[in-house]
Write a protein that binds this ligand. Sequence first.
Ligand code: COA
Ligand code: AMP
Ligand code: ZN
Length: 436
Amino acid sequence: MENPSFLHPQYESLSRAEIEALQTERLQKTLQQCMKSPFYRKRFEENHISPRDIRSLGDMSKIPFTTKQDLRDNYPFGLSTVPLSEVVRLHSSSGTTGKPTVILHTKRDIEQWADAVARCLYMVGLRPGDVFQNTSGYGMFTGGLGFQYGAERLGLLTVPAAAGNTKRQIKFITDFGTTAIHAIPSYAGRLYEVMSEMGIDPRRDTRLKTLVIGAEPHSEEQRRRIETMLGVKAYNSFGMSEMCGPGVAFECPEQNGMHIWEDYYIVEIVDPVTLEPVPDGEVGELVLTTVNREAMPLLRYRTRDLTRILPGDCPCGRHHKRLDRMKGRSDDMMILKGVNIFPIQIETILMQFPELGNEYLITLTNEDANDLMTVEVELKEFSDDYPKLQALTKEITRQLKDEILVTPQVRLVPKGSIPVTDGKAVRVRDLRKTLI
Ligand code: COA
Ligand code: AMP
Ligand code: ZN
């Protein structure tokens, strides 16, 4: 691990004892920092605890959890621990219904985030001279600026291609000699499909060797197929906006789980029902505490992602724990085309239309490596005024796209045609298959 000094190799190569000592020290600092936020001051007072009660990592369980709802309730700046004049970046979740969430960063936070992403890219062999093309949406999607800053930090020639326009992406890949791409797994399939249509063989006609895939769950089988199609090695990358974005956990060349950078995060896996910790090797909900953040540290944040810590050492020699690939969520969030969507966002829009009844069904499918959301919704009353129905469909689609950022296919159906099962209504069917 002869990394350049700006990647802090001393942290990457820590022993378990050194990791825990560093975390204990950084947790103390973080707790002090948290007391500058009205939210955490109140939370600690209500729970009759003080930072002094947390002396070791064994005391973590005394700290109350932080949830997405806490972020929403304290929107926009309630969790800030620095004056706004020190905040240089804000990322926010999508959505116009309800309250979004906001994540704040100081200049140091942005630098530390870039270092973490650069560390990941270096770990899988990328070096100055490599051409890194990022197909993530930019703007509020942290996969955009997150990888941009990290790749630039490492000195890669970075192409901010952003999402969409697949033919143009492929032109960039061939013209600029792109060697590494960041894409969500389903979009990697789309890239291959369009390359085939254009008569381009990725192995013969491109310099591609590395793919960074993340942002949505995928199987080992899917990864291997993508690798074979594109002639690359594909590394799983995990991150989330609340933890900065990408750079939280990343696979090393062994491709056997994602090392979570424990100089940045304390990781716990808890039973999503009892919220009690589960032993390494057992699946539960991932809970993360940031220990290297200034503007908005988060304590015991319930990510809602289900995974497990892989027991044992990694042959690469790094002692940072490894997360297994994500197994799903403990809430009803869907991920479509790399965009996070909650059914309630869709319901809120639908219920604003007086022409619509109460029943609706969201179906997720994929055809030709394209994910699709179909929203069937019942009409309150029968109508055969087709121009009016067409205009209504168009307007619902437009409002849904504004809200969830992807374009659904909307189908108006007669009242009573959406089956209502006994008990809890089934609102979402995920029929997506591994196509590639
Ligand atoms: N990344 C890159 N491009 C994507 C994509 C993704 N996740 N999902 C779809 N696309 C491409 C499509 O292939 C299409 O291009 P093409 O027809 O030239 O092949 C184009 O984007 C538009 O897709 P479409 O499905 O018609 O549009 P939409 O309105 O439903 O979705 C997007 C719009 C793609 C812009 C929106 O889903 C998006 O921004 N996704 C990216 C999210 C992201 O970056 N997440 C990562 C966070 S780390
Ligand atoms: P966002 O905050 O938009 O970056 O979305 C974060 C969420 O995306 C996580 O909480 C996960 O549910 C999902 N996600 C991110 N990376 C991965 C990955 N490698 N595998 C599976 N899901 C992922
Ligand atoms: Zn390893």
